[in-house]
Design a protein around this ligand. Sequence first.
Ligand SMILES: Cc1cc2nc3c(=O)[nH]c(=O)nc-3n(C[C@H](O)[C@H](O)[C@H](O)COP(=O)(O)O)c2cc1C
Ligand code: SF4
Length: 509
Amino acid sequence: MTRVFVPRDAAALALGADAVAASLAGHAAVTRTGSRGLLWLEPMIEVETPQGRIAYGPVSARDVPELLSAGLLDGAPHRLRLGKPEDHPFLSRQTRFTFARCGITDPLSPEDYQGHNGLKGLRRALELGPARIVEEVTKSGLRGRGGAGFPTGIKWKTTADAAGEQKYIVCNADEGDSGTYADRMLMEGDPFALIEGMTIAAIAVGATKGFVYTRSEYPHAIATFNAALAIARREGVLGGNVLGSGHAFDIEQRVGAGAYVCGEETSLLDSLEGKRGQVRAKPPLPAHRGLFSRPTVVNNVITLASVPFVLAEGAEAYQGIGYGRSRGTMPIQLAGNVRYAGLFEAGFGLTLDEIVNDIGGGTRSGRPVRAVQVGGPLGAYFPPSLFDTLFDYEAFAAKDGLIGHGGVVVFDDTVDLATQARFAMEFCSVESCGKCTPCRIGSVRGMEVIDRIMAGDRVDMHLELLTDLCHTMKFGSLCALGGFIPYPVMSALTHFPEDFRALQKVAAE
Ligand SMILES: Cc1cc2nc3c(=O)[nH]c(=O)nc-3n(C[C@H](O)[C@H](O)[C@H](O)COP(=O)(O)O)c2cc1C
Ligand code: SF4
């Protein structure tokens, strides 16, 4: 029977992929895969032909009989035929290091995984030994993809050098940033890559136990990852004797209860310990005193899933692409009002204009782009006049922004930036852990003062007050939730001042 690949990624499932798979049963051998990341074309199915895979999408169950009679199984022409996926401009322009297998392999097939370079990195890591693994990761220039961009090699070295019998690897899969879904896609589409990356980290620092903290809103990622853990144990990748090396390492998945602040690494550790997620003051760093007060590596899903490539292909291969101090690739996640929403993995250094207008195709509504928020709810709003900014940690920081976890949320000209600024303060007040005053109280005062500005009440005085409040929150907050909320607020005020003076103008007229 001809093989047809149908994604089982949550985005494809939401758009009817299970019904498509069911209507193909009996006509084709159906293999479920992750998503290639062209979300506007989901469910995107692929047929195996002598010329390679041919993609069709977006396919609904209703289209299947017509597709079959048009010659789907031979890759025949049809209005939904997209051609070879690798030739599609959204994919052909990408550099897929971390997402190389995503959408291609069966996520729960160890044979598929090994047939596509899986475990090559772990095998090399076992040959190199702890110190040289850390050296390789340091040389690759890999920085944390969770948001802060901290060099991974340094974090691992600190944990490796810390004294302690018991050490832990904690993977942050809380993925709370708006418009982001790279962690989810990876855990649903290539969970063994995360297991391999965590195992390499464990060998590097001398940890025997790992935890993955996954947000509760990801039921498919949770189920797929748990199934992958059971397979990895069966295959001898996890357990008392990792690939026969004598190293012991196992992983447990824990599910968070849905607080944004539990993505902050120290709150996450509190939550993992069964406490209410509240930020801990640093120092001590988690690398010295982390989970249950033991030395702990906390890394994001994408950071850890990038490690197998670094070890398999060598630090130079990873370090060789990128821009400035941002090395390797970043899975950029396009979301919001954008025509081609999806995951685009590329070396750092694209301009925001290329990302939004060229790759993303502008807005879905067809109206002009007015703003993009990059880096989740703590990221700045950028106007088109700043679209020459390069996608790079330092370039964004130089313009009072951040790239965070790589989310790019697009807005058209109907957006009101004063409302967005108020939303930022409201978000902070709802998600604040309550430990420090500038964030707990400041966010509520922030909402109130923006309400007054929006009502046209003594606008100049209240704008000054808002600026002062943002300054206090930025420099007085204990963590980046209260400390970075001024970025969306102040960028809205700086780049879109007219939205804060709308009622003042009406009053003057
Ligand atoms: C409020 C807040 C929320 C965060 N949420 C996440 C998250 O959902 N996922 C994540 O990986 N990092 C998140 N971070 C960053 C983590 O604190 C930490 O820097 C990261 O897990 C370290 O891993 P990395 O070095 O691999 O990026 C958050 C930080 C803050 C301040
Ligand atoms: S800034 Fe907010 S979230 Fe962070 S520690 Fe202070 S109160 Fe908690």
